[in-house]
Design a protein around this ligand. Structure first.
Ligand SMILES: Nc1ncnc2c1ncn2[C@@H]1O[C@H](COP(=O)(O)OP(=O)(O)OP(=O)(O)O)[C@@H](O)[C@H]1O
Length: 280
């Protein structure tokens, strides 16, 4: 199912942090949100999984305003991995994942065989099938994250909304997660700090900067050195991945030999009137 975000404005206590954002997460595609700290990625995602109400604008799910759905209907369609990974669940790993089945159950109805299969598959997908009896509160950060991902998978949603899903994961679990997302062929809206992960897994990227979507398109078109300089304030070279051909970004933290500092594009070069920056 397709998600359309139209002219979204979101504020905290009167301070607008997402301004007029618009984007489409196409059916079955992986749509990435990238941007510096505080650019509004989590805030935008929170409005998609209905944790926040926008000041203006809409989020449409297959053409229907998400806010018109009941919480249960919405939960059958959209599952989220929020950035807040705490949760004082005094529950076991398996019980947390089984919570993903709640939108499909009548009150007090127990699990059936189909639910058990879905939960077992979700646990196996994130490699936590060997930890089912452990308490959620006793898990490491990465393990908690994998359990909450499994809960989202167990919800069998049409749309997955994932806020920094690779955070805390060791490299093997990062790679496995990206492979799982690619194999899932589900509409996915995901924020990622790792631009190489974003380049390898996303069909389209949207770059957020100070609450505005400043660039959109396939990773190869978006992740250009000039944009990386202007939005992220870094010097980078983009090459082709030797095996996959995906764009591969190599960052350079060293000052050039002339000692001039990291040469960034002039203000407005890439983003028009946007805020240019210099690290000099
Ligand atoms: N609960 C909140 N109350 C008030 N302001 C908030 C709240 N959450 C976020 N903000 C502010 O909104 C702005 C956007 O934050 P947001 O978390 O959406 O950015 P982000 O792009 O996800 O950042 P990061 O990459 O650091 O996770 C920031 O200025 C942040 O300080």
């Amino acid at each position: 199912m397709r998600i359309e975000i139209e002219n979204l404005h979101v504020a905290y206590a009167g301070r607008t942090v997402v301004s007029g954002a618009g984007l489409i997460a196409a059916d079955g595609e992986i749509t990435g949100l990238v941007g510096p700290n505080g650019s509004g990625k989590s805030t935008l995602l929170r409005t998609v999984y209905r944790h926040l109400k926008p000041v203006a604008g809409r989020v449409l799910l297959a053409g229907t305003d998400l806010r018109r759905l009941s919480p249960v209907e919405a939960a059958r369609h959209v599952a989220a991995l929020p950035q807040e990974r705490g949760g004082d669940f005094e529950l076991t790993v398996r019980e947390v994942v089984a919570m993903g089945r709640t939108p499909y159950k009548r009150a007090f109805a127990g699990e059936d065989a189909a639910d058990r299969d879905v939960v077992a598959r979700a646990l196996a997908d994130v490699g936590m099938e060997g930890h089912t009896g452990r308490r959620f509160t006793e898990l490491s950060g990465g393990e908690r994250q994998r359990v909450l991902l499994a809960r989202a998978f167990a919800q069998e949603p049409d749309v997955l909304v994932l806020d920094e899903p690779t955070n805390h994961l060791d490299i093997r679990h990062q790679v496995e997660l990206l492979a799982l997302l690619r194999a899932g062929r589900r509409t996915t809206l995901v924020s990622l700090h790792d631009l190489n992960a974003a380049a390898s897994v996303c069909d389209r990227l949207h770059v957020l900067h100070d609450g505005h979507v400043v660039a959109s398109g396939p990773p190869r078109e978006v992740l250009r050195p000039a944009l990386l300089a202007e939005v992220f304030g870094v010097r980078a070279t983009v090459v082709d991945h030797p095996l996959t051909g995906d764009p591969l970004i190599a960052f350079d933290h060293r000052a050039p030999a002339d000692g001039a500092g990291i040469p960034l594009s002039a203000p407005g070069d890439v983003l028009g009137a946007g805020p240019g920056r210099s690290l000099r």
